[in-house]
Ligand binder design. Structure first.
Ligand SMILES: Nc1ncnc2c1ncn2[C@@H]1O[C@H](COP(=O)(O)OP(=O)(O)O)[C@@H](O)[C@H]1O
Ligand SMILES: Nc1ccn([C@H]2C[C@H](O)[C@@H](COP(=O)(O)OP(=O)(O)O)O2)c(=O)n1
Length: 231
């Protein structure tokens, strides 16, 4: 693989945070693939536990009920950037975790501290086991999950650009409704008490509004290479 990690390279840990639609998943997957690193989509893990709660009829208005069963599902993430996978108790949930129902409920489940503790532990163990290093994307990676990451990136984009990107993916869904739903979810994710969506003090902020995806990928690859070169 071109630019693949040299066998002697130190494992590198890259944290990519930001709100929905800023390009975290697409950028992280491409950067990891180009640099021979593993890849972890932490949003998929919160979606997976939410899917399990919905499927098991847990009252999502009740944080105590959520906390009581949070340890029950076994969530397994595959970290190959060319084929990221997610299973719950052995069932492939890559499709079901992207439904509107899960998307509308994930903020409530991910705000519960017991859920965050369990998922954070899982994320740290996956990062520690990545032989060549890993790109981990989410909301609290640079601030809470991996505060010692070698490189922290915080992606932003205007709500209009983010809504246009998301509604482009979800055929038939209107941009205005998508924009409102995104703003509501950002507000919930940014205002929760336990590890909210936030930029780490030492993160590099990249506004992607006017950038193509290829430009964002190139920017992040360059930042990782500079870090590795000790610049
Ligand atoms: N810089 C960009 N310009 C245009 N479209 C983009 C850009 N970055 C990402 N996209 C597209 O926007 C959508 C959302 O990107 P995604 O990586 O899933 O964002 P996030 O993980 O932050 O929610 C995808 O369809 C992706 O291809
Ligand atoms: N590290 C993380 C990642 C995601 N979450 C929560 C908050 C987000 O609204 C949901 C879904 O995240 P996801 O990255 O899949 O969302 P988008 O695909 O960017 O819309 O999970 C979190 O609380 N902490």
């Amino acid at each position: 693989m071109e630019n693949g990690a040299a066998p002697t390279a130190q494992p590198v840990i890259v944290a990519i945070d930001g709100p929905s639609g800023t390009g975290k998943s697409s950028t992280s997957k491409a950067v990891a693939a180009q640099l021979g690193l593993s890849y972890l989509d932490t949003g998929a893990q919160y979606r997976a536990i939410t899917w399990w709660m919905v499927s098991n009829g847990i009252d999502l208005e009740d944080p105590t009920a959520i906390a009581a069963v949070a340890g029950k599902p076994e969530i397994v993430s595959g970290t190959d950037p060319a084929n990221p996978t997610i299973t719950v108790d052995g069932t492939d949930v890559a499709g079901p975790i992207r439904t509107q129902e899960v998307t509308s409920k994930v903020s409530a489940v991910s705000a519960v501290p017991e859920v965050r503790t369990l998922i954070t532990e899982l994320q740290r163990s996956i990062a520690a086991g990545a032989e060549h290093g890993i790109v981990v994307e989410g909301r609290d990676i640079g601030t809470t999950v991996l505060p010692d990451a070698d490189l922290k990136i915080f992606l932003t984009a205007s709500p209009e650009a983010r809504a246009a990107r998301r509604s482009g993916e979800l055929k038939g869904v209107d941009v205005h409704a998508t924009r409102e739903a995104l703003i509501k979810r950002d507000a919930a994710d940014s205002s929760r008490k336990t590890s909210p969506l936030a930029k780490a003090g030492d993160a590099v902020e990249v506004d992607t509004t006017e950038l193509t995806l290829a430009q964002v990928i190139e920017c992040v690859v360059t930042l990782v290479e500079e870090k590795r070169a000790g610049k």
